[in-house]
Design a protein around this ligand. Structure first.
Ligand code: ADP
Ligand code: MG
Length: 503
């Protein structure tokens, strides 16, 4: 059996301050449900459409319009919950979160404050082979997205685009279990990977499919352990929330900056004020958006337009039965089935398409060789041309055929790489190419012997040197390989050279 236990990483200790400080981080991730229609209307969610073209009457909050829940979106939230090993609440309810903003025509956002659809779960955040942090999920609730105000199109006017208004979001709230900037980014990467496996969220951060509010506080060593034992938040420092982060790099930079800002305040005898902050990527700093005193009073109350959401256990069970193999399980199986390292397994399972490609190459062949070729040759080549796995000019069947030729010793490793390049640029059946272009490895000792004799006869000086120093025999092997266009079986050449030189 495999040992699948992981060591937690060490918490990040901030250097350069008077005292040692540790970081405590909790994330609220907003993941857009991969649905063609919005949460409460049939309007399209297509990205990049003409502004205000995907707006149903209910999205624009026309009088008398009523929301109708999109069952597909509910199913994706349940799928996501199950993928995060979370409890599913058969009864949840929608609340109105009231605030005024021009991009929110209703004057409220429909969300789930008191009764979310998904309860507690967990995510294993991989930091290095054998090192991972288990981050607890507090809840996932379903809510609507707001529209977009556009302030940079006209010096005197602002515009609003309601295409996003009413798009379904899943808000995934973590416990404050994340202990460093790298872990925070790795957590988002892992959530995105799981949701992509599940097909519940595209996770495209540039398009705003995935955004995170990052809560940061600092504490002295030992305080976090006291919090863990008691779950009493008073052991932790005051947190600040950095809103709407949509890049892994910015998440890390904002946390670094925020931690140093808070430590400087505390060591200066001042207090950290709980507040919402914004990260400015140009300046590399966070700045206050609103403090707790100015915080919105959202006057949450149950949405009178929607009945509580009741789902059946049998439906949840059906969804659970349809879940795909998830990243952690796939990675563990690759290590076990193919004898590869955990690192290689994590590279090959980073996305479903790569994992599937690899398994098609490995089926009926040596797993380790297949893993090597997919990771080093194929991924390397894809990267060079900036292509994704689904755009690979070499198919799994073609790569498999190259490995078969190699496995049967019909071609050498060097020729296999040349062949790969030919298939990459020209396509075709690898076996046929080898046949047509005479790339087969020469194993016929007669032919190799003749080549060895020729090289020895032509280089009497080198023969003397090699007899005195057997290490120089390699030179002859190289010459013979060259003379045979790289097609001679290297082992046969080695043996013959040694025999002829009497080594
Ligand atoms: P609110 O409803 O005010 O946003 P929550 O209790 O929902 O507050 O917490 C929001 C996020 O803040 C959660 O992800 C939680 O883990 C995180 N969090 C709470 N306390 C701290 C803290 N002291 N340091 C860092 N993160 C925290
Ligand atoms: Mg919150």
């Amino acid at each position: 059996m495999l040992d699948l236990t992981y060591e937690p990483p060490k918490p990040k200790v901030i250097q350069g301050a008077k005292h040692d400080w540790e970081l405590v981080i909790g994330l609220e991730v907003h993941a857009q449900v991969a649905s063609k229609a919005k949460l409460f209307s049939g309007a399209s969610t297509q990205f990049g459409a003409e502004p205000n073209s995907n707006v149903a009457f209910v999205d624009a909050a026309m009088p008398g319009m009523l929301p109708v829940i999109n069952e597909f979106c509910v199913e994706q939230a349940v799928r996501t919950g199950l993928g995060l090993k979370a409890s599913i609440n058969l009864r949840s309810a929608f609340d109105r979160k009231n605030y005024f903003y021009p991009d929110l025509p209703q004057g409220y956002q429909i969300s789930q404050l008191y009764h979310p659809i998904v309860g507690e779960g967990e995510v294993l955040v991989d930091m290095a082979p054998g090192i991972a942090r288990l981050v607890r999920i507090e809840r996932i609730h379903i809510e609507q997205d707001a529209g977009k105000s556009i302030h940079d199109m006209d010096p005197n006017m602002s515009f609003v685009d309601l295409n996003r208004t009413g798009v379904a979001l899943m808000e995934i709230v973590s416990r404050p279990d994340i202990r460093g900037p790298e872990e925070a980014a790795a957590y988002v990467v892992k959530l995105r990977q799981i949701m992509r496996y599940l097909g519940t969220c595209d996770g495209n951060m540039q398009n705003g499919n995935l955004r995170a509010d990052v809560n940061v506080s600092v504490c002295r060593p030992g305080d976090y352990e006291r919090y863990q034992e008691t779950q009493d938040f008073s052991h932790l420092g005051t947190r600040c929330e950095i809103k709407n982060m949509n890049s892994m790099r910015f998440i890390q930079a904002a946390i670094e900056y925020e931690a140093r800002r808070q430590i400087a305040l505390i060591e200066d005898g001042k207090e950290v004020v709980q507040e919402t902050r914004l990260y400015d990527p140009d300046k590399g700093e966070t700045r206050s958006m609103r403090s707790k005193e100015e915080a919105h009073d959202y006057r949450y109350f149950p949405c009178p337009d929607l009945l509580p959401l009741e789902i059946e256990q049998a439906w949840v069970d059906d969804i659970a039965a349809s879940l795909p193999e998830l990243p952690d399980e796939k990675r563990a199986r690759f290590v076990l089935d193919y004898g590869m390292t955990e690192y290689d397994a994590s590279v090959l399972t980073a996305d479903v398409e790569s994992a599937m490609f690899f398994e098609n190459v490995a089926r009926g062949r040596d797993g380790k060789t297949a893993a090597n070729w997919v990771i080093n040759e194929l991924f390397g080549r894809l990267k060079k041309d900036d292509l994704g796995i689904s755009e690979s000019p070499v198919s799994a069947a073609q790569l498999g055929a190259i490995l078969d030729l190699l496995g049967r010793d019909e071609i050498s490793g060097k020729i296999a790489k040349d062949l790969f390049e030919i298939v990459w640029t020209e396509g075709g059946d690898p076996a046929q190419i080898v046949e047509d272009r005479g790339m087969k490895q020469v194993t016929d000792t007669g032919a190799i012997e003749a080549a060895v004799d020729e090289v020895i006869a032509a280089n009497p000086g080198q023969v003397e040197k090699a007899k005195a120093n057997p290490k120089l025999a390699g030179w002859f092997v190289g010459q013979v390989m060259k003379a045979t266009g790289g097609k001679a079986n290297p082992k046969a050449v080695n043996d013959l050279v040694a025999a002829k030189l009497g080594l």
